[in-house]
Structures are given as C-alpha cells and as structure tokens.
Design a protein around this ligand. Structure first.
Ligand SMILES: [Zn+2]
Length: 323
C-alpha cells in the first residue's frame, strides 16, 4: 500500500485524500538516492584527504622500509669503498713497486661510466634521487673491482715472470769455493799475467785444480761451446734471458752441447788452462744487455752479507789476473 496523504480543501473545509502516481513516486525515490550518493562522495573525499586507505598505508610502510634498506646499502657500500681503497693502495705502493710496474692511473680507477644517461628509467619518482645515487655508486664500485681484479691478473703474471727471472739470473759462484780461498782475481784494472801491462779484466778468476767441476750460475740455454787457441780458450756462453748471459773460459773439457738447456748448479765443464792462461783457473764473466758487469754482485744465492764483503775485499786486492 502506498502511504496515504491528506490535503486541506478550503472549499469543503475538509481533508481530501491525495493519491500519488507511480511516476511521482519513482522521481522522489531517485532524488533521495542521488542525494545520498552525493553526500557519500563528499564524506569519502573529506575522509580520504585526512586518512589513508589500508592499501596506501601498506605501500607507505613499504616505501619507508625500502628507504631504510637503501640507507643500509649505502653504509655497506661505504665499507666496501674503504676496503677497495686499501687494496688499491697496497696494489700501487707495494705489489707494483715490488715488480717495478707503474701504478694504475687514478683516472682509470675512478673513471665514470660513459654513454647516455644510464639512469633515466629511474627518474620521475619521489625517491628517484636516492635510487639513482645508489645505482651510480654501485656502478662505480663494480668498475673499481673490475680494474682491481685486472690489476691482480697482471701481478700474477709479473710474479710468475719474476720467479722465472730469479731462477735465471746468475746468482751462484761457478765453482765450489769453500772459505772463498779459490777467489783469485776480480773485475777491474789488473796487471796482465803475460803482457805485464795494466789491462781491464772483464771477469773474475777462480784458481782450482785441473778438472774441477764448473756450474751454470743460472737457468738458461747454452748458446756457444767454443774452442780457441788463444784468448778464452775452450769456453761456454750461456744465455739466461732477461738480458743476462755468462761466459766460462779456459776449460779443459765441456759437459754440455750448444743449444742445450741448463739449470742453475748443473755441471757444464771442467777447469783447465786453455787459451791465454798462466795456470789452471776459471775465468768467469757476466754480461747484462751485452755489457760486462762485475760478477762479484751476482753471488747472492751463495754468499751472506759478510761473505760478500770478504769476497769483494779478496777480489779487489789481487794485483794480477790469471786472464
Ligand atoms: Zn780472468
């Protein structure tokens, strides 16, 4: 039943029943409904501007968490940067100076990452700066780590070369020389034993009985086994690489052939007095890049510092060489 309404009729002075049509009823309903919806929207607008929805609250918490995470990452990166810096210093100041290698230029280590803006995908957000700064810092760290690891690869190669070099460079006395008593004459100006004039002596002489073993003083290849009537007589030349070669002269006999590879300490020949020589002895020379150097400085495998001092003293005292 539709609600009953009454209207005062001034003519009859009585209340007449008013009847509503369906259309009027529908219109009234629609008006009420729209009114409620509009009010609801207004309330929602006011509410939303003061309070977050549960979803917004969750997202905001997430952003907060992420910002904290980013801060932690920055702290971690700062630690990594300190460790990296230490590695770089040790690399440049210690390792590279041991192997006489140039330090890595700072521009290479700290060089930026070139090209177009790598971070434009990260732009346009509330926290873009934080994210870009983090990505940038991380990229720099990755670059530094890469440069450092390349540097260590280089150093490993240098160390391997150094090992080979240490085995190759002449470093022992070429004959058994207990108490250094076989040291006969050193490098420098000496009286020639035959011509009796002052002549530069380019090696060291060691007196020893005929047939005494002669050792290769470093790893290398025998490049020449020669027999001369005069001068060096029967002699051997070894190429040690790294610019070094050594000569063993006045031998009675050989124990190697040309082209043979030899190790430090290997017996290559025997003491004699062939060529221009006055007595059984070994004449020993070292050349660095083709230029003679004083062999007294190349016995560091055999001599401690005191023995070295004595060797220098003995070698410098003798006035006459055996040639
Ligand atoms: Zn000599």
């Amino acid at each position: 039943m539709p609600p009953t309404k009454y209207k005062f009729n001034p003519d009859s002075l009585s209340f007449d029943k008013v009847r509503f049509g369906i259309k009027a009823l529908l219109l009234r309903f629609l008006a009420y409904f729209l009114g409620s919806v509009i009010v609801a929207f207004i309330y929602w607008g006011i509410f939303a501007s003061f309070f977050d929805s549960p979803k917004e609250k969750a997202l905001k918490r997430e952003v907060e968490q992420m910002t904290i995470q980013y801060d932690l990452i920055h702290r971690e990166m700062a630690n990594v940067e300190i460790v990296l810096e230490d590695l770089q210093k040790t690399d440049d100041n210690l390792y590279r100076s041991i192997f006489e290698a140039e330090p890595i230029p700072g521009t290479l280590r700290d060089g930026g990452i070139g090209g177009v803006n790598r971070y434009d995908a990260l732009e346009g957000y509330n926290n873009s700066n934080l994210v870009i700064e983090t990505a940038n810092r991380l990229d720099k760290i990755i670059k530094k780590v890469y440069v450092q690891s390349k540097s260590f690869d280089d150093l490993i190669k240098l160390a391997k070369d150094k090992e080979a070099m240490l085995k190759s460079v002449p470093a022992i006395i070429p004959i058994s020389n207990k108490d250094l008593t076989r040291t006969a004459s050193g490098y420098g100006w000496r009286i020639h034993p035959i011509y009796k004039i002052s002549k530069f002596h380019y090696g060291m002489d060691f007196t020893a009985p005929l047939g005494t073993d002669i050792y290769a003083t470093g790893n290398g290849t025998v490049v020449a086994v020669l027999s001369a009537q005069r001068g060096l007589g029967k002699h051997i030349i070894i190429n040690h690489g790294f610019g070094y070669s050594s000569i063993y002269a006045h031998l009675s006999n050989f124990n190697v052939r040309a082209g043979q590879k030899v190790q430090r300490g290997e017996i290559i020949g025997f003491v004699g007095s062939t060529g221009t020589s006055v007595a059984n002895h070994l004449h020993y020379e070292i050349k660095l890049n083709g230029v003679n150097v004083d062999p007294v400085n190349y016995y560091f495998e055999d001599l401690n510092s005191m023995e070295y001092e004595r060797m220098v003293e003995i070698a410098s005292k003798t006035g006459q060489s055996f040639d």
